[in-house]
Ligand binder design. Structure first.
Ligand code: ZN
Length: 105
């Protein structure tokens, strides 16, 4: 009979499928996310993926008219409204909320 260790390793490895960056952190809770500015994804803020998870991280270009709103743009100058992470068990959307221009005073 084999015993399954109940103690997780004291560290976790993370990677980015787009730029190849990797990082080792102490073990973090399951719902924790790590982010980085991704040179493989137009310099947008993108999540790091746990090393044992296969996922696809893509930028979603904003389709509607930008108007006077300020939208995060990638280094290619295109407005991206979100970064989508697609995993086997679902997907996450990191939304770049547009900022309305305003003046104080
Ligand atoms: Zn990256």
């Amino acid at each position: 009979m084999t015993t399954i260790p109940l103690v997780r390793p004291p560290y976790e490895d993370w990677y980015c499928p787009n730029c190849g960056v990797s990082e080792r952190t102490k073990a973090l809770p399951a719902n924790t996310s790590r982010f980085h500015t991704c040179p493989g994804l137009h310099m947008l803020t993108a999540p790091l993926i746990r090393a044992n998870v296969y996922a696809k991280v893509e930028a979603e270009e904003r389709a509607d008219y930008l108007g006077r709103e300020v939208q995060a743009t990638g280094d290619d100058g295109k407005p991206y409204m979100a970064v989508r992470t697609t995993r086997d068990d679902g997907d996450d959307l990191l939304v770049n909320a547009p900022t309305a221009r305003g003046r104080l005073g």
